[in-house]
Write a protein that binds this ligand. Structure first.
Ligand code: ADE
Length: 252
């Protein structure tokens, strides 16, 4: 997969692209990520990328010309990229979107900024994406969040040690179960006995129950949806009935 990023702050991406899982994926050639400075696509002496908004008001707006010039330059050869614009009022990013984007051969992420981007840029944008209901100073952190979530789904990027299997959200949106490592007793806090038992079927059942409990507590709407869509197994429904019975007894 190839990702191009268009930004006014390319330096922000340095550590992100050098370290950890993403750094390794890039240095081993599994993914190709290129960060471009929007100013390199200006034609004036001062390399101006923004201007005041028509109609007045605070803040500056990213000009369309450098963005279109960058788009044309970057798409001169090779496959046409799927174009994302980061915006606080875009479509909310989630795991499903990460999965869809990870299947595209090429992405171009245009980092917006909070005051805005000239509306005519939308002519080249396939999807406007927000990473949550809060306003950041620019689209660089959102671009890194999107890249991180997308790149780890690209085959070969995660090794066995970082397996995808037990992810929160990868299993129908159910939240992950609690994890422990050594020591078995730490400052008076114990690892649950079942995890030390070596009994694989019991461990599986305990994890399933914990995952359902967490989801029911923190994201009850996910359980409702899975029930409605018939996506829970008979065993899971039975565990949920048990949890709900316990809650009723607790309330009495
Ligand atoms: N730019 C500023 N805030 C943002 C957000 N929450 N998501 C995406 N882009 C943004």
């Amino acid at each position: 997969m190839r990702i191009d990023v268009l930004t006014v702050l390319p330096g922000l991406f340095d550590c992100f692209l050098r370290e950890g899982v993403i750094g390794r994926a890039i240095s081993s050639g599994k993914v190709d990520v290129r960060v471009h400075n929007l100013r390199d696509f200006t034609t004036d002496k001062h390399r101006v990328v923004d201007d005041v908004p028509y109609g007045g008001g605070p803040g500056m707006v990213l000009k369309p010309e450098p963005i279109f010039r960058a788009y044309e330059e970057l798409t001169k050869e090779g496959e046409k990229p799927f174009v994302i614009l980061t915006e606080p009022w875009g479509e909310r990013f989630n795991q499903e979107m990460a999965k869809e984007l990870s299947e595209k051969p090429r992405l171009l992420i245009i980092c917006g900024r909070y005051e805005g981007v000239d509306e005519r840029v939308k002519a080249i944008v396939d999807r406007e994406v927000s990473i949550g209901d809060y306003v950041l100073t620019g689209g660089e952190l959102p671009a890194m969040v999107i890249m991180d979530a997308v790149l780890r789904l690209v085959p070969g990027v995660l090794g066995n040690r970082e397996s995808l299997e037990a992810d929160s959200f990868s299993d129908r949106g159910l939240l992950g179960y609690p994890n422990y490592t050594r020591p078995a007793r730490f400052r008076g806090m114990e690892v649950p006995d079942v995890l030390l038992s070596g009994h694989h079927a019991k461990i599986e059942r305990w994890r399933k129950e914990q995952s359902l409990r967490r989801t029911l507590e923190r994201r009850p709407e996910v359980i409702e949806r899975l029930k409605r869509e018939g996506l829970l197994t008979e065993e899971e429904l039975e565990i949920l009935r048990k949890i709900e019975e316990e809650r009723e007894v607790g309330e009495d």
